[in-house]
Design a protein around this ligand. Structure first.
Ligand code: GDP
Ligand code: IMO
Ligand code: MG
Length: 428
């Protein structure tokens, strides 16, 4: 059985954690391939709720090996506090594997993230402030620190000194901050080395060997398609590739090994941070979606911006990821609306446009063209099959499927593992 990718089809927070956890029971490896602790994935198992940031959601399934791939950026202090939190709740985390090529989020990367945002003022991205962008920038600038560097003090010291040479100029001369002392950073990083050591592995080799032995490997994306550095709403994006290609570069597994790409799609839309969002609502409906959907960030506690479903975005996600299926989440949140508007196209400067415009200017001008679908009032949280859904809910799902360009293979009707309607099995 080849590999599967599970990723966000909108602006993040679609319910990837729940979907990954659900599939965890049938897969051997769950692998994060990009991003870092900017992610916040909520998993509800029975009466227990877990908020995962850096660890793959497969960590909650004992049979599954969780892997942090080379494309991820790792803040060791966050990793340890997440591991401690899970261990205290009785979760065994000893199977975790971390790529030695993954880059480390250093304390100075976190500082640079925060001061850059402050400096941008009104033009800020609204980052999570976790040092994600500056760490990827260091990686691309070839001044990044990798996990494996923790095991060669001389190389680590040289690299930290080189990275700080430029950063300290910026911090002291531009941002009016104190310089950061290389020796202190090296000491802090070396302090993580022993505890990290048992997890560090050649994950590229391990995953490729697993696939040769017909093991099932699931790649779990952080963030979402529209937050992708190449395909998202740049510059209001994250600094990595959550889209399907990122699963290959972020793990060292070739595209020919991937048989299925599942897009997690919320039955409405949310976004955190700055940037364009055509279907955003500023009225009671937006407030109601936020309240009923519990739309508050898991990582930063910020309220999420809320709006109606946008089929233009879903079609775009199908295209840039080569989606084979959708997992539609949070359908239950829409229960109670008499009518539900769905954005089917945009109007841009007086013209109807069916597909996402590549131009930032056009996207900023995009106004949603809505079609209104009839709502339902019956409680759907106990539905186990598609036929259990009220007729109007069935029609809503079918309409979204027709507009979005890939079959909907599962529907979330509540946050719990069992609150899911499975239509087609993802793993055969
Ligand atoms: P992620 O970042 O994509 O993993 O998503 P988040 O965990 O940040 O946000 C999704 C939220 O929706 C979490 O609180 C989930 O527990 C919850 N959730 C996921 N699927 C469903 C669903 O089908 N219905 C409801 N009501 N909540 C869901
Ligand atoms: P999950 O995995 C929603 C957003 C931030 C900001 C932008 C850049 O839970 O879906 P960054 O700190 O990454 O440089 O911030 O991206 N963002 C997310 N929004 N869900 C996430 O993760 C996000 N991770 C980053 O709010 O707008
Ligand atoms: Mg989230």
């Amino acid at each position: 059985m080849p590999a599967l990718v599970l990723l966000g089809a909108q602006w993040g927070d679609e319910g990837k954690g729940k979907a990954t956890d659900l599939l965890g029971g049938s897969v051997d490896y769950v692998v994060r391939y990009q991003g870092g602790n900017n992610a916040g994935h909520t998993v509800v198992v029975g009466d227990q709720k877990y908020a995962l940031h850096l660890l793959p959601s497969g960590i909650l399934t004992p049979e599954c090996t969780p892997v942090i791939g080379n494309g991820v950026v790792v803040d060791p202090s966050v990793l340890f506090s997440e591991l401690n939190g899970l261990n205290e709740r009785g979760v065994d985390t000893s199977k975790l594997l971390i790529s030695g090529n993954a880059h480390i989020i250093t304390p100075y990367n976190v500082t640079v993230d925060k001061v850059t945002e402050r400096f941008l003022g009104k033009r800020k991205i609204g980052t999570t402030g976790r040092g994600i962008g500056p760490t990827y920038a260091d990686k691309i600038n070839r001044v990044g620190i990798r996990i494996q560097d923790l095991y060669d003090e001389s190389i680590l010291t040289q690299k930290v000194e080189a990275a700080l040479e430029v950063k300290n100029q910026l911090l002291t001369k531009l941002y009016n901050r104190r310089a950061i002392e290389a020796g202190q950073v090296v000491e802090e990083l070396l302090g993580y080395a022993d505890r990290l050591k048992p997890y560090v592995a050649d994950t590229v080799l391990i995953l490729n060997e697993a696939l040769e032995q017909d093991k099932v490997v699931l790649f779990e994306g952080g963030q979402g398609t529209l937050l992708d550095i190449d395909h998202g709403t740049y510059p209001f994006v994250t600094s990595s590739n959550p889209t399907a290609g990122g699963a290959c570069t972020g793990t060292g597994v070739g595209p020919t090994k991937i048989s299925r790409v599942i897009g997690i799609l919320k039955a409405y839309t949310t976004r955190v941070g700055s940037g364009p969002f055509p279907t955003e609502l500023f009225d009671e409906d937006g407030e109601a979606l936020r309240r009923i959907g519990g739309e508050r960030g898991v990582t930063t506690g910020r309220d999420r911006r809320c709006g109606w479903f946008d089929a233009v975005i879903a079609r775009y996600a199908t295209r840039v990821n080569g989606l084979t299926d959708f997992f539609l989440t949070k359908l239950d949140v829409l229960t109670g609306w008499e009518e539900i508007p769905v954005c089917v196209a945009y109007e841009i400067d007086g013209k109807r446009v069916e597909e996402l415009p590549y131009s930032q200017t056009d996207f900023h001008h995009a106004k949603p063209v809505y079609e209104t679908l009839p709502g339902w009032s019956e409680d759907i949280t106990k539905a186990k099959t598609f036929a259990d859904l009220p007729k109007n809910a069935q029609a809503y799902v079918k309409a979204l499927e027709d507009m979005s360009g890939a079959p909907i293979s599962a529907i979330g009707v509540g946050p719990g593992r069992d609150e899911t309607i499975e239509i087609n099995s993802f793993i055969q």
